[in-house]
Design a protein around this ligand. Structure first.
Ligand code: UD1
Length: 432
């Protein structure tokens, strides 16, 4: 088992290059299945979610060749439409994109229900509604396998999403790219990674317009071809490092970013008292650590609202800001499991359903904690880097799902963090 050992209480200074976007990569990799040919994907983040997705593709006969750490060549010429093994799929929420991609290419798919972070009930009814509207029949077996088939082929249709869903929007785009007629997705999600998937599919020869607005039109084409494509920078990775610099104080610049994607985050950091400076592809956060941050209220919403994937990181900021801050989770039912861990570090916070109230304290203190999920784990790293003393974080495999080279990147701006391997027995002893 691996742990992070972190000693906090220092300001951070320097710059951090931002990797490719996890959630764009996890849509784009399965999208390569829609062609029979070779795609070269660049700026691919080297994280465990991406490696898992590549393993799943390889299990289907797709040939993967790493060109360097962040670029792969994916040859889908010999893809077999075989059921994807549950053991591989359960690790990855984004495995649901295999359904849309396989349905689009082969007219049928069999994929186990997805895993991923546990934020409470995460239905895929809107994905299913979309596939059915295009003419597929969908069955979920007792063993939790989603079987989708379009015996008479798929035909474009108008689909109104009852909830704004990133996953359903991307999955319907995948299923619709190669079929007859036009598909219109209304009340579509508008996240940057939706635009990136549309741009990738269009580079492969698709005809998609409106991505980034709430009405997306997909005009089916007969064939898609291989291409070279570079993934956008990760909005959440960048946002996490910006929030971290505001929390510890100091001055950190994230480089290789699209500042527009970070506006909802930087606006809130500025409201809390941090100084923000935007360049063409950089954003800098500066804060004097001797002055406390100001309290704020915040609600997570679909893009361009404040992202739910930055909610735990702001929980940490609120736990140290002066006064009472109110945080409302607008997307998921159960995304506050990190609050218990923060309390162990001295935070004063209560949770009632989707609302958390933080009475800011002057300082957090070190404590042994565990990462309950990916972004909550990143938030606990932030808390540990602010706390007096040395914090040990367990269950860090969640964090490695989404942050490339996090230890090296943090050290480069002056953080005291190291990764240690401990024998499993020792972990059990501590847990008791
Ligand atoms: C994706 C991201 C995740 C991020 C989330 C919100 C991936 C692999 N994951 O997750 O990192 O936290 O977007 O930005 O890209 N819903 C339904 N029915 C559905 C689908 C969704 O009710 O069929 C609900 C969900 O329960 C949730 C909301 O809609 O309350 C948004 O979900 P969605 O945008 O689909 O998020 P995910 O794809 O799960």
């Amino acid at each position: 088992m691996e742990q992070y050992i972190i000693t906090g209480g220092h300001e951070l200074h320097g710059s951090i290059p931002i990797s490719g976007a996890k959630n764009a990569a996890l849509g784009i990799l399965p999208a390569t299945l829609l062609c029979s040919g070779v795609c070269r994907i660049e700026n691919l983040p080297q994280i465990s979610d991406v490696r898992n997705m590549l393993d799943i593709l390889a299990s289907m006969g797709v040939r993967i060749r790493y060109l360097n750490k962040n670029a792969v060549e994916i040859d889908t010429t010999h893809t077999q439409n075989v059921p994807t093994p549950y053991e591989m799929v359960r690790k990855l929420r984004a495995s649901y994109y295999l359904i849309g991609a396989l349905l689009g290419r082969f007219g049928k798919a069999e994929v186990a229900l997805p895993g991923g972070c546990d934020f409470g009930f995460r239905p895929i009814d809107q994905h299913i509604k979309g596939f059915e509207a295009l003419g597929a029949t969908v069955q979920i077996t007792e063993g939790g396998i989603v079987q989708v088939e379009a015996k008479d082929g798929l035909v474009g249709a108008s689909i109104y999403l009852d909830v704004v869903s990133v996953g359903a929007t991307m999955n319907i785009m995948l299923a619709a790219a190669l079929i007859k007629g036009q598909t219109v997705i209304e009340n579509a999600a508008r996240e940057p990674h939706i635009v990136d998937l549309a741009n990738f599919l269009n580079t492969m020869g698709a005809d998609i317009t409106g991505a980034g607005t709430d009405v997306i039109k997909v005009r089916g084409v007969e064939q898609l071809h291989g291409c070279t494509y570079s993934i956008i920078p990760d909005q959440i990775e960048a946002g996490t490092y910006l929030a971290l610099a505001a929390a510890t104080g100091g001055a950190v610049t994230v480089t290789g970013v699209i500042p527009k994607h970070l506006e909802s985050i930087t606006a809130k950091l500025s409201e809390m008292g941090a100084e923000i400076e935007e360049g063409d592809d950089t954003v800098t956060v500066r804060r004097d650590s001797s002055v406390r941050m100001r309290r704020i209220n915040l609600k997570t919403q679909p893009y361009p609202g404040f992202p739910t994937d930055m909610q735990p990181q702001f929980g940490v900021l609120m736990s140290m800001a002066e006064g009472t801050s109110i945080l409302t989770e607008g997307i998921y039912d159960n995304r506050y499991r990190y609050v218990n861990e923060l309390r162990r570090m001295g935070a004063e916070a209560t949770v009632d359903g989707r609302i958390a109230v933080f009475e800011g304290v002057e300082k957090l203190n070190a404590a042994p904690v565990h990462a309950p999920d990916l972004r909550a784990g990143a938030a606990l790293i932030m808390a540990a880097l602010c706390a007096e003393g040395t914090t040990v974080i367990d269950e860090i495999h969640y964090i490695e799902r989404g942050y490339e080279d996090i230890v090296r990147k943090l050290k480069s701006v002056g953080a005291e963090i190291r990764l240690v391997e401990i024998p499993d027995g020792a972990a059990l002893e501590r847990a008791n």
